[in-house]
Design a protein around this ligand. Structure first.
Ligand code: GLN
Length: 487
């Protein structure tokens, strides 16, 4: 029998349309795969066996009727468990929301369902998407399918691991400072963070509202374009979505990068870049040069401040967003509090894990009177300077190329100092601060047989350019990444 679980979304779409198989067969094939390998990987928090098969039955019936079933009909996928879904719970991998049932679907989730996608279940993450290794989940460890002793990255570790272990075709993820791109890099997936405002955040549990953006984690670039087509566009339920025409991103994959100007920011290619990563990135640059792209050095002079600025802004916004989880309105309510003050303190202290508590305290501090100007306001000013750096760089080039992560996947427990963990996002954070689109895609394996990723950053709303460049590289890189060694 064909292992449908190894296929991409576009391959499954084509096979179904040509009547080679049924949505039920495909879905069962994925459920069997999850049953066989997810005990080792630990990607799924909830597996929706029954409803997935029900969705598949409906797709098959509609296909048999000759109905227009939508661009993702019969394609089985996973959802990061911080998107509100009518099915199952929406936990954010937090004890606080362990039993929370959403009364509605997030807009992106609804659009996927309307496009015919089949939901296999919800996957693990760092609690409330805060982290870079998925070790901050309150529920379980997720392992990297390339090496089970290593983390899958984070916060979308469950998404990346479920894709890399062939336990879904693609995953819906979110990225606030790198949470799609860094785990994609560590697990050998293609991860796309669209421009802020491209995809509705309605129904995404908010972490840092000026930085959060939803995007796909996929097996190839063509799938990233396909999924973006489905989820993007204006949503009356999210005032920050841009009312701009949406191109057909699949049509952007022309294979042509002749004359495309690609900038290499000198601040990203310093001595501190791991030599093995650098060598793999340089090979990728050569592939794109061979296809006619022109490379140049650019400068993003405020890069050194990005991590500090991000951890002030994201914690400030998180402290405001997470204030709603107070034991009264949503989630965990401590059973034996004597008064309202004690109810708040006990519910939050037991409902939130240590990293979430750290961020709430940091965020409250930088917003408090007396410190607001010194930290929050100053961080906002530097954020503008970081954005201006990109505006200037994009006067010279069309796309910027960088590494995605400073290292390959690391071992569990390797980064116990929070600051060390925060530095995992050094190459991805600026993209969120400047509200730009970014994609990570695999560019080879290190000598430890772990994936390395490269990042392409685009002008605002020019996802088409980074997808086109990524696709051209993927088609011409001359090697196959192979599969994670898990069975
Ligand atoms: N690792 C970063 C953080 O901990 C980014 C997380 C994210 O993008 N959600 O905040």
């Amino acid at each position: 029998m064909t292992a449908w679980y190894e296929k991409t979304a576009h391959e499954i779409r084509d096979a179904l349309r040509q009547g080679e198989t049924t949505a039920v067969e495909i879905t069962q094939n994925f459920l069997d795969r999850i049953d066989a390998v997810d005990k080792q990987v630990g990607a799924y928090l909830q597996i929706w066996n029954e409803s997935a098969l029900e969705q598949a039955v409906q797709i098959d019936a509609r296909l048999a009727n000759g109905e227009d079933v939508g661009p993702l009909a019969g394609v089985p996928m996973s959802l990061k468990d911080l998107f509100c879904t009518l099915r199952g719970n929406t936990t954010c991998a937090s004890r606080m929301l362990a039993n929370f049932e959403s009364p509605y679907n997030a807009t992106a989730v609804q659009r996927l369902e309307d496009a015919g996608a089949i939901f296999l279940g919800k996957v693990n993450l760092d609690e409330f998407a805060m982290g870079s290794s998925t070790e901050n989940s309150a529920f379980q460890k997720t392992r990297n399918p390339w090496n089970l002793n290593c983390v899958p990255g984070g916060s979308s570790g469950g998404s990346a691991a479920s894709v890399a272990a062939d336990c879904c075709t693609f995953s819906l993820s979110s990225d606030t400072g790198g949470s799609i791109r860094q785990p994609a890099s560590l697990c050998g997936c293609v991860g796309l963070k669209p421009t802020y405002g491209r995809v509705s955040r309605k129904g995404q549990v908010a972490f840092a509202s000026s930085l959060d953006q939803i995007g796909p984690m996929c097996k190839d670039v063509e799938d990233a374009a396909l999924v973006l087509n489905v989820i993007c566009g204006k949503d009356p339920l999210d005032a920050t979505t841009a009312d701009l025409p949406v191109p057909n991103f699949s049509k952007a994959l022309t294979g042509d990068v002749k004359g495309l100007r690609i900038g290499l920011p000198k601040e990203y290619f310093t001595e501190s870049l791991n030599p093995e990563m650098r060598a793999l990135i340089e090979q990728a640059i050569d592939v794109l040069k061979g296809q006619g792209a022109e490379f140049m050095e650019v400068s993003l002079p405020h890069t050194d401040y990005a991590v500090a600025v991000y951890y002030i802004i994201c914690t400030a916004e998180a402290s405001a967003n997470l204030a709603r989880f107070d034991g009264v309105r949503y989630g965990f309510r401590h059973p034996d509090a004597k008064n309202i003050q004690e109810l708040y303190v006990k519910s939050k202290s037991e409902g939130f894990g240590p990293e979430v508590q750290r961020r709430i305290m940091l965020g409250t501090y930088v917003l408090s009177s007396g410190y607001y100007d010194a930290y929050y306001l100053k961080a906002q000013k530097v954020r503008s300077l970081i954005k201006q750096d990109f505006d200037r760089a994009f006067e010279q080039c069309d796309v910027i190329l960088t590494p995605t992560s400073p290292t390959q996947a690391f071992q569990f427990g390797a980064k116990t100092d929070p600051l060390e963990m925060y530095l995992s996002d050094i190459y991805t954070i600026s993209t969120n601060l400047a509200a730009l689109p970014g994609i990570s895609l695999p560019c080879g394996l290190t000598k430890d047989k772990l994936p390395a990723g490269l990042q392409l950053i685009g002008k605002p709303f020019d996802e088409a350019a980074i997808l086109r460049t990524a696709h051209c590289y993927e088609q011409n890189r001359g090697f196959d990444m192979g599969k994670a060694p898990i069975a």
